[in-house]
Design a protein around this ligand. Sequence first.
Ligand SMILES: Nc1ncnc2c1ncn2[C@@H]1O[C@H](COP(=O)(O)OP(=O)(O)OP(=O)(O)O)[C@@H](O)[C@H]1O
Length: 302
Amino acid sequence: MSVVIRTEGLSKSYGFGGNVVHAVTEVGVALEENRIYGLLGRNGAGKTTLMQLLTGQEFATRGAIEVFGESPVENARVLDRVCFIKESQRYPDDFRVKHVLRSAPWFFANWDHDFADELVARFRVPRNRRMKKLSRGQLSAVGVIVGLASRAPLTFFDEPYLGLDAVARQLFYDTLLADYAEHPRTVVLSTHLIDEVSNLLEHVIVIDEGRIVIDADADSLRGSAVDVVGARTAVDAFVADREVLHRAGLGGLATATVAGLDEPGRVAARAAGLELAPVSLQQLVIRTTTGDNADRTNGVTP
Ligand SMILES: Nc1ncnc2c1ncn2[C@@H]1O[C@H](COP(=O)(O)OP(=O)(O)OP(=O)(O)O)[C@@H](O)[C@H]1O
């Protein structure tokens, strides 16, 4: 598999003097061709900044970025193959939905006109309406339609569905999966609705306070973490030399979320009178990014 995006030591800071915000810090990732990536993290974690760096919309403070083997900054060879759908997309004042659809082929070589028309009907977007007059959900639907019908080899969706109702979101997920199967491409989806997209994702990257804390295959990640529950002393003894992502407790009872517990480990836990409970991807992300946990270990290697 070829690598579409590679970064090394990628950092982006904003501001000067005493007010520096480290939005992205020392990010090193390699994203492969034709996979669906989830870029997950809390508010302000650095997701949008990272996507802006990868699409040449921001300059890096430090580090290296290669997209399709080249720097994306002001590089048409790269940017012609990229579609970036973001929540704050602006359109010319007098633009109607039909104008967006008409101008899309100028930007996207693989634009599928018929597919776009089909999606406009499925998402019930009024094609004659001015973009300024669309409801929040309809505006998001236009973004989703452009992202899907662009069939760009590298497509970023940054929280694409603000205001989209549950039916429309499911339509987006189903359409993305079906179209991806027929037209494989690399998709990076940034979202807070982790449970909803969990089955869609092939690889998960979690960013917290600008740093990558999880970069792992979604399947292995799903099975990688378990909650170990039981008497505090027994839990403490069991996790003493294991990678603990999160701890919680009440009185004499404790729960520890443990990464990468293999079968012998599970047998040992049960033998120690402890209960094991699966941890969903969303729970795993929450526990890895809660930030109130002295035991937190950065980096999960399932
Ligand atoms: N232009 C800017 N100037 C100063 N700080 C910025 C700028 N853009 C982003 N930041 C800061 O960088 C950090 C990362 O922001 P970013 O928008 O990348 O987060 P995010 O993960 O996309 O968040 P959300 O999920 O809330 O959209 C935040 O602390 C934000 O306030």
